[in-house]
Design a protein around this ligand. Structure first.
Ligand SMILES: [Zn+2]
Length: 204
């Protein structure tokens, strides 16, 4: 992926993401940020044997936070959360996307009704497969807080850029990432592709 400003920075990288397809273009991320790369995550969980070492490694990082549960946003975050919950022998919860207005960080995620009752009082690790600006993880932290659960750490297989990490750091939450890569993303007002009049690409 040379030339894509996505340099592997971790010697512990399981290399999961090198084989994933990506597209270049002009994309609007769920957070509302714009980027020139789209990583296709649809196949990340297809082969459970291939992803197992990464699950084990991330579970090892999260273990010391002594969480009672792992929660992730549908879909990739929830698949990761379920695998981690099994590895850590703790409970599994997920959030589902709701409304989004199109403004930065307007995405909402909610816990299914009975889950929001069961999670009350728990110490929770919030995870997502990949975190760039961290929109869905942030919304999941908010949903847990509304359900009277406490987020104790945020975890991911791959952190892209520092926007998400800086946000969680500001809230006193560590972001445990197996792999970190540089990643360019811009608010719509700062986006050089918008300035050049490039139309937004449709991923997929
Ligand atoms: Zn743009």
């Amino acid at each position: 992926m040379s030339g894509l400003r996505m340099r592997a920075q971790s010697p512990t990288s399981p290399g999961l993401f090198r084989a994933l397809p990506y597209r270049t273009g002009h994309f609007r991320l769920e957070s509302g940020y714009h980027a020139d790369i789209w990583l296709d995550l649809d196949t990340l969980f297809v082969d459970p044997v291939r992803i197992a070492p990464a699950i084990t490694m991330l579970a090892g990082r999260l273990r010391r936070y002594e969480c009672d549960a792992v929660c992730g946003p549908m879909t990739g975050g929830a698949f990761l959360a379920q695998a981690l919950a099994t590895a850590l022998r703790v409970c599994f919860f997920y959030t589902q996307p709701g409304r989004a207005s199109g403004r930065l960080f307007s995405a909402e995620y909610r816990l299914p009704g009975e889950m929001s009752r069961q999670v009350a009082g728990a110490r929770v690790a919030v995870v997502d497969d990949v975190i760039s600006a961290g929109s869905s993880a942030r919304a999941t932290v908010a949903a847990l807080s509304a359900a009277h659960a406490t987020t104790v750490v945020v975890g991911t297989l791959l952190a892209l850029g520092d926007v998400g990490a800086a946000h969680f750091r500001g809230r006193g939450l560590a972001l445990e990432a197996l792999e970190r890569r540089e990643f360019a993303m811009w608010t719509p007002g700062e986006c050089p592709l918008c300035r050049d009049g490039a139309p937004l690409s449709v991923p997929g």
